[in-house]
Design a protein around this ligand. Structure first.
Ligand code: ARG
Length: 246
């Protein structure tokens, strides 16, 4: 029996304790989803998640290491301890939540659609795209992939490894529509307004959150209180404005 509250096995094993001992927070993300994580011209990963990760490491008093990881291997990499946390614009889904735990939602988004400009008027919502005459492009293994299969099962689906490859299919006339999270579509639309129309009413509900390994209440507790703190004291708003409103 010990009087020290932290002298217990759970805390010993906590990722948070490991991070403190190591002096480094390792964050897994897949650079390619603007404005959450993208590579700049110098090849550095920047974005909304990166700025919050920097703040997180600063509050822990440790260094930050970003681990760029392909999307299809990102959950396995977390489970095999390649990094401590996923901060990668990941949607909480019941299926993912069977494998990993999520902190509270950081931001809520939903699926939206970019269509070839010529289809404006003919296609007004995802319902109109549920037809074998349309080809939809998106990224493999993301919620856009799942939503397209669920809500537009009759359309042809082309899946790509990365967001830009999928979105460019519509620009190049090889697909009629691109389905993806609202923030990405909004930025891509702003860059290609001449060729596209934007169906910007989200047709899914998607809370995005940080993911950690199961069985670690100490880490989740720290993360949720950190998030509540930065949401309350204006630091979250500053970072949000920087990446979402400029
Ligand atoms: N929110 C979507 C999902 O969870 C897409 C996330 C993709 N993230 C990335 N960094 N590429 O499936």
């Amino acid at each position: 029996f010990s009087v020290f509250a932290n002298d217990n096995e759970l805390w010993e094993k906590s990722t948070l304790n490991q991070v403190m001992k190591r002096g480094v927070l390792r964050v897994g993300m897949e650079a390619g989803y603007m404005p959450f994580e993208i590579k700049n011209k110098q090849g550095e990963i920047i974005g909304f998640d990166v700025d919050i990760a920097k703040l997180m490491a600063k509050e822990m008093g440790v260094k930050l290491e970003l681990v760029n990881t392909a999307w299809d291997g990102i959950i396995p990499a977390l489970l095999t301890k390649k990094f401590d946390i996923i901060m990668s614009g990941m949607t909480i889904t019941p299926q993912r939540n069977l494998q990993i735990n999520f902190a509270d939602p950081v931001v809520v988004v939903g699926q939206t659609i970019l269509i070839r400009k010529e289809l404006a008027g003919e296609v007004d919502s995802y319902r109109d795209l549920n037809d074998p005459k349309y080809t939809i492009a998106t990224k493999l293994g993301v919620t856009a992939d799942f939503a397209t299969k669920k809500y537009m099962p009759k359309a042809k689906l082309k899946l790509f490894e990365t967001e830009p490859e999928a979105a460019m299919e519509v620009i190049n006339g090889k697909a009629d529509a691109f389905v993806y999270d609202l923030p990405y579509c909004a930025i891509f639309y702003a860059q290609h307004k001449k060729q596209l129309a934007f169906l910007d009413e989200p047709f899914t509900y998607e809370p995005l959150a940080w993911a950690v390994r199961k069985g670690d209440p100490d880490f989740i507790n720290w993360l949720n209180n950190f998030l509540a703190q930065i949401k309350g004291d204006g630091r979250y708003d500053m970072i949000y404005k920087k990446w979402f409103e400029s």
